[in-house]
Ligand binder design. Structure first.
Ligand code: AMP
Length: 285
């Protein structure tokens, strides 16, 4: 590894990048929780395209995990992550310790915007409070002009966009397409939890989303019918449980009755003990 600079403290990353910015360089930020795959690397590559410097962060943020979620077993593959970032042309990686982000006595949190209230926000109480808080903290520590996020986490993007607007944060949010395996399964750090039979069943997510898209393309407008079709595909996979399989407004993420110009199909479902999410934007022909 000869290129990427690995930084461990908030003071150091801030001062390095403040220096870069005063020399006129543009900085693109890619926040991650590590266990990197081609989806993450596509964000780094986009950052390199749009900005002179790409800065990735690797931090498994404890405050966005619920008490019964996978924080302690979340995959941690730092050496491999650094190699991949280096190969992708990343300039800096910020890898803080938990104590640096949440010092003893830390008690300030962001109250997430209203778009956080349904779906992931409802099923994972506190999740977006943790996400918004850590993302704002990263924005403060890493003085970037642009931050890159994946559409794979559709509601997360909506939450961050709203936070940036509501708090007048001086940063632009860029959203990158979901990178998929060749059969359509969205890449996710959690895919590695799947057994081979669960992996095969998990393709039901993509099939259900594609089915929804086909119905809309064929002229179906009734959201109830589209949601029923998605459920049937998931149950046939078979899925182990469905948290939601809905078609919602692409901006507000509120439920819809009829397909408007643009809507988004969102799914969260379990295969074995692994919970996966995916989504697809549906355009009226
Ligand atoms: P995570 O490490 O899961 O928190 O993800 C870090 C960033 O990578 C987030 O902005 C995600 O939306 C994005 N991301 C995760 N999976 C993908 C994917 N398959 N394609 C594109 N972006 C992704």
């Amino acid at each position: 590894m000869d290129r990427v600079r690995v930084v461990h403290t908030p003071l150091e990353i801030y001062s390095q990048l403040a220096h870069e910015r005063s020399a006129g360089r543009t900085v693109g930020l890619v926040p991650t929780m590590g266990a990197l795959h081609a989806g993450h690397l596509s964000l780094v590559k986009q950052a390199k395209k749009d900005c002179e410097l790409a800065v990735a962060t690797i931090f498994v943020n404890p405050t966005q995990f619920g008490p019964n979620e996978d924080f302690s077993k979340y995959p941690r593959t730092l050496e491999r992550d650094l190699e991949q970032l280096d190969n992708a042309g990343c300039d800096y990686v910020f890898v803080p310790s938990s104590e640096q982000i949440y010092a003893p006595g830390h008690s300030t949190f962001i109250e997430p915007p209203s778009v956080a209230s349904r779906w992931e926000g409802e099923i994972r109480p506190g999740h977006f409070r943790g996400v918004a808080t850590v993302v704002l903290k990263l924005f403060m520590m890493v003085p970037a002009q642009v931050a890159f996020f994946g559409r794979k986490d559709y509601q997360q993007v909506a939450v961050i966009r709203a936070m940036v607007e509501d708090l007048n944060l001086p940063i632009r949010i860029e959203v990158c397409d979901t990178i998929r395996e060749s059969d359509g399964l969205a890449m996710s750090s959690r895919n590695r939890y799947l057994s081979s039979t669960e992996r095969a069943r998990a393709l039901g997510l993509w099939r259900a989303l594609q089915g929804a898209q086909e119905l809309v393309q064929q002229g179906e407008r009734d959201v109830g019918k589209i949601e029923l079709a998605m459920q049937q595909v998931l149950l046939a996979a078979p899925v182990d449980s469905i948290d939601y399989a809905r078609v919602v407004d692409a901006q507000t993420m509120e439920p819809l009755q009829q397909i408007e110009e643009v809507a988004v199909a969102i799914i969260a479902a379990r295969f074995g003990s692994t919970r996966l999410i995916d989504n697809l934007t549906l355009y009226r022909p």
